[in-house]
Design a protein around this ligand. Structure first.
Ligand code: ATR
Length: 271
C-alpha cells in the first residue's frame, strides 16, 4: 500500500511518523512518500490511477482539493477543509484529523465537556478546525482574534462567544487556553499571542505552533505554572488519526512520537 502527502513544500515529519508506525506494526509493503504537487488535478488523478491508499494534504490544498473528492466526512464538511484523503473502493473520501489531533492532545491530560471554559486564540484555518472539534465536546467557548470581525464571524458559526480584550491581558475565567494563531512561529512572529499576565497556575495551555517547539508561549506558560502542551503533541495525534484511517490499525503512538522527536526535536512528554 502506498500513502503519502500532497504539499507545495514537503517537510518530511509526516513521512517520519507514518514510516515509523508501519515498522512498529510490521506492516510490510506499506510505504509513505511526500509528493510535491505542481498540478493538483493531475495529482488527484494519479492518486486514483495508481491506487494510493491515502494522502495527507497541507495548505493551500486543504481547501483546493475539495471539488475533486467524492465524499466528505461530516466534520470536514463543517470545517470546509480536509487534511486527509482516503481512497476506498476507488472513491476519494476527505477527512479532517486536525481537530482530532487537538482534542486528543488535550484529552490525554483532562476531559473536555460542557463545564470546560476554553479560550481559543485565532480565527483562521487552524482555529476553525480546532473550534469545530471543541464544539463537538460542547465546551463553553470564547474566541479572540487580532481581526475582531473574523472572531465574530467564526464565533457566530460555532455558537461561541467573543472574549473581551481584557481576557488576553489578565487571567479570565478559563480552564483551557489554545493558541491557534500563527504567532510564535519563528518565520511569522516569535512573540506571544497574548500577554504573559493572562497566564496563571493551573491553566492548561496548548500551543499548536511547533516551529519552534519551545515557543514563547510554551516557555512563559511553564514559567507561570500552567500545564503546557506543545505543538508537537497535536501534530503527533493528527498523524495517528490519519494512520488509523489508512491502515485500520491502532497507531503505535510511542514509535511515531520517537520519530517525530528525531524529525523536529520535540520533547517526548508534555510538561
Ligand atoms: P492557519 O491556517 O495557520 O490558521 P491563517 O488562516 O492565515 O493560518 O490564520 C492565521 C491566524 O493567526 C489568524 O487568526 C491571524 O489573525 P488575523 O485574522 O487578525 O490575521 C493570526 N495572526 C497571524 N499573525 C498574527 C499576529 N502577528 N498577531 C496576531 N494574530 C496573528
Amino acid at each position: 500500500m502506498i500513502c503519502g502527502s500532497f504539499s507545495l513544500h514537503p517537510v518530511g515529519t509526516g513521512a517520519a511518523m507514518h514510516r515509523a508506525g508501519y515498522e512498529a506494526l510490521g506492516l510490510e509493503g506499506w510505504h509513505y512518500e511526500p509528493f510535491r504537487v505542481v498540478d493538483l488535478a493531475a495529482s488527484v488523478a494519479a492518486m486514483r490511477a495508481l491506487g494510493l491508499r491515502g494522502v495527507g494534504v497541507s495548505m493551500p490544498f486543504k481547501i483546493e482539493i475539495l471539488p475533486y473528492l467524492d465524499e466528505l466526512d461530516p466534520v470536514a464538511r463543517s470545517i470546509g477543509a480536509v487534511n486527509t484523503v482516503v481512497q476506498r473502493d476507488g472513491r476519494l473520501v476527505g477527512h479532517n484529523t486536525d481537530w482530532v489531533g487537538a482534542l486528543r492532545a488535550i484529552e490525554e491530560l483532562r476531559p473536555l465537556d460542557a463545564s470546560t471554559r476554553v479560550l481559543l486564540l485565532g480565527a483562521g484555518g487552524a482555529a476553525r478546525a480546532v473550534g469545530h472539534g471543541l464544539r463537538r465536546r460542547g465546551v463553553s467557548l470564547a474566541l479572540f482574534n487580532r481581526d475582531a470581525e473574523k472572531a465574530e464571524g467564526l464565533a457566530r458559526e460555532l455558537g461561541a462567544a467573543v472574549a473581551p480584550p481584557a481576557h488576553v491581558q489578565e487571567p479570565g475565567p478559563y480552564e483551557v487556553l489554545i493558541n491557534a494563531t500563527s504567532v510564535g512561529m519563528a518565520e511569522v512572529d516569535p512573540g506571544m499571542p497574548l500577554a504573559a499576565s493572562a497566564l496563571r497556575p493551573g491553566l492548561l495551555v496548548m500551543d499548536i505552533v511547533y516551529k519552534p517547539i519551545e515557543t514563547s508561549l510554551v516557555q512563559q506558560a511553564r514559567a507561570a505554572g500552567c500545564t503546557v502542551i506543545h505543538g508537537g503533541r497535536m501534530l503527533l495525534h493528527q498523524a495517528a488519526a490519519q494512520f488509523e484511517l489508512y491502515t485500520g490499525r491502532a497507531a503505535p503512538l510511542d514509535a511515531m512520537d520517537r520519530a517525530l522527536q528525531r524529525a523536529i526535536g520535540a520533547p517526548r512528554e508534555s510538561t
